[in-house]
Design a protein around this ligand. Structure first.
Ligand SMILES: Cc1ncc(C[n+]2csc(CCOP(=O)(O)OP(=O)(O)O)c2C)c(N)n1
Length: 628
């Protein structure tokens, strides 16, 4: 066994190139076995085993900077940099992070979770090196999916201009999470597939070299001929035209070839692109057969590839997807837009039912938002289906193009709240705060999956501007689903439990916690009113005034950043109304980044528990009442 002797990259460098192949097989086995227990990003990592080995074998991390885009394909890097023995804790509370993490290792020089940042980071590190007189390599590994992100394209533009020494390793497996889409993806496919094209490149480059370098007009003509020839036949011409030297395409599982190509690329004193072709899921047949499903996977049985999922009521995401199909049947204006998450956003069924009304725009949250604005400006009813965390990318587009213009865009904000094992880069805890400060937009969150359906109808019927419904990454409560969908009056809350000693204004998944706390308090003789604050914006002002009139303590409870969130909104309301004496306790996610773990552990960490709520209510309710 070779792997047991590898703790650090130096150990790897002691092996012969021939030994790397069996080592790659051991690493694949290690990944398949470990992830069958922990779950994680299996397919992306199986695809980059040789590539990561080659980089660590040839170059010198951490002096040389290895920058992983997204960071979900960094497991092999983690194995080779001293973290193999902690793999049993992957994505668990206090365990190894599923992405690159600077606090974990000096070899993790860049952190991510969101895509398409690696090239900008690499550019920053290359400039920092040059200004400080360094000589290290800067190597960014980016997938063909991540390359569709606007930031990556902005960085290519800058890197090509600056001409600093920097290596971009393009890990092209034809997949984003779902099959990659777009004109750029088609271009890469053409390079990949046309063997003739590759051969022609060699022949023509040979010919071009033979054109004699003579002075004057003839030389200029010769240069132009060279250029036009090159344009016709050189793969990667797009990168070359942007100022990169292009290498490839090279088989990313052929170690000798890969190493030779990387060595050649390393000799160039400027920006290079090494175009590496890999197979996502390589070496584990279920993952090879369906790398979309195996991109990020729950624990599974190794032999059968059967995924061990807990059964339960449908996820909110599924209810969203099913309801959208129903609504789209009646209303032809509905169009669905996803930035590269068709499956994750529950839109697979919609795409089948209405292919011409479904748009996967690639990892392009900003474009997706403004594209929706354009659709809405011409009378359609676009649904921007997006994870809360990734929507952060589109903040200005939401402010400037959608809300300012007051266009009828519907936001389906998925993964709102804690997301568990993906951790701090992926929690959906900022959208309440940043959406509620934007004029014109309505923001809702349902108490259960049935209410989500009614909110979707509410959004469809609403024609006064943008409207959002947000929902968590969990199963619904298993409530019956109404057949007939009724719009909910905008800005109205719902009293779920009466009580006159205190009131809890709870949002979405916090409602069951509030109800349980109220039940516990009732046993102590304290009656807690529980209110479903289903409109985060606008709030139910009549109900807020009523609470002030009754002068009862109010607790707000939301699974979102406490700063600027829903509770802040309640405080602002009373302040703006000149009501200063209210006892209001705001509970939300405290002001730090909450790491990976299970959602339950994350709830416990920040105090979203019945016990904490009971204590907080007790502290707010006057003693006199508590005794009564
Ligand atoms: C801004 C942003 N949007 C969406 C995602 C979700 N996401 C994670 S990985 C991924 C696909 C990346 O594809 P690629 O770069 O080709 O890497 P691969 O997994 O195929 O190796 C997507 C869409 C993300 N991480 N960040």
């Amino acid at each position: 066994m070779l792997l047991e002797h590898i703790q650090q990259p130096e150990d790897l460098k002691r092996l012969t190139i021939e030994q790397l192949e069996p080592l790659a097989a051991e690493i694949r086995q290690f990944l398949v076995e470990n992830l069958s227990v922990t779950g994680g990003h299996l397919a992306p990592n199986l695809g980059v085993v040789e590539l990561t080995l080659a980089l660590h074998y040839l170059f010198d991390s951490p002096q040389d900077k290895f920058i992983f885009d997204v960071g979900h394909q960094s497991y092999v890097h983690k194995i080779l940099t001293g973290r193999k023995d902690r793999f049993g804790t992957l994505r668990k509370h206090k365990g190894l992070c599923g992405f690159v993490k600077r606090s974990e290792s000096e070899h993790d020089v860049w952190e991510a979770g969101h895509s398409s940042t690696s090239l900008s980071a690499a550019m920053g590190m290359a400039v920092a090196r040059d200004l400080q007189g360094g000589s290290n390599r800067v190597i960014a590994m980016i997938g063909d999916g991540a390359l569709t992100g606007g930031m990556a394209l902005e960085a290519l533009n800058h890197i090509g201009h600056e001409q600093r020494k920097l290596m971009v390793v393009l890990n092209d497996n034809e997949m984003s999470i779902a099959p990659n889409v777009g004109a750029l993806s088609n271009y890469l496919a053409r390079i990949r597939s046309d063997r003739h094209y590759v051969k022609a490149k060699e022949e023509v480059e040979h010919l071009i070299k033979k054109i004699p370098a003579i002075g004057g007009t003839l030389a200029k003509t010769a240069e132009r001929v060279k250029d036009s020839f090159k344009y016709l036949v050189v793969p990667g011409i797009w990168f070359e035209e942007l100022g990169f030297t292009y290498f490839g395409p090279v088989d990313g599982h052929n170690l000798p070839l890969l190493m030779e190509t990387l060595r050649q690329a390393d000799k160039v004193n400027g920006p290079v692109v090494v175009h590496v072709i890999t197979l996502k899921g390589k070496g584990y047949s279920p993952a090879e057969a369906d790398s979309h499903k195996w991109h990020g996977i729950s624990p599974y049985k190794i032999e059968s590839g059967q995924v061990l999922k807990s059964v339960g009521p449908p996820m909110y995401t599924e209810v969203f997807g099913g309801t959208l199909i129903e609504l789209a049947r009646e209303d032809k204006r509905i169009v669905a837009v996803t930035p590269a998450m068709p499956g994750g956003s529950g839109l697979t069924g919609f795409a089948k039912a209405y292919p011409e009304r479904m748009f996967d725009v690639g990892i392009a949250e900003q474009h997706a938002a403004t594209f929706c604005a354009g659709l809405a400006a011409e009378g359609l009813k676009p649904v921007y289906a997006v994870y809360s965390t990734f929507m952060q990318r589109a903040y200005d587009q939401i402010v400037h193009d959608i809300c300012r213009a007051n266009l009828n865009v519907m936001f389906a904000i998925d993964r709102a709240g804690f997301v568990g094992p993906d951790g701090e880069t992926h929690h959906g805890i900022f959208d309440i705060a940043y959406m509620r400060s934007i004029p014109n937009v309505v923001v809702m969150m349902p108490k259960d999956e049935n209410e989500l359906r009614h909110m979707m109808k509410t959004a469809l019927d609403y024609d006064q501007g943008p409207i959002a419904y947000r929902y968590p990454r969990i199963n619904g409560l298993g409530v019956p689903l109404d057949d007939e969908l009724q719009p909910i009056p905008i800005g109205t809350w719902e009293v779920l439990r009466p009580g006159a000693d205190a009131a809890v204004l709870a949002v979405g998944p916090m409602i069951p916690v509030a109800l349980e706390a109220a039940e516990a308090m009732a046993k102590e003789g304290i009656q807690v009113r529980v209110i479903n604050a289903r409109f985060i914006k606008p709030m139910d002002e009549a109900m807020l005034m009523q609470l002030a009139k009754e002068d009862i303590p109010v607790l707000t409870l939301e699974e979102g950043a406490v700063m600027g969130g829903f509770g802040s909104g309640v405080l602002e309301f009373y302040s703006l109304q000149g009501i200063y004496g209210m006892r209001v306790k705001v509970i939300g996610v405290p002001d730090y980044f909450v790491e990976h773990g299970s959602v339950k552990e994350q709830y416990e960490e920040v105090g979203f528990t019945v016990e904490r709520l009971v204590t907080d209510i007790q502290a707010l309710v006057p003693r006199r009442r508590q005794r009564a």
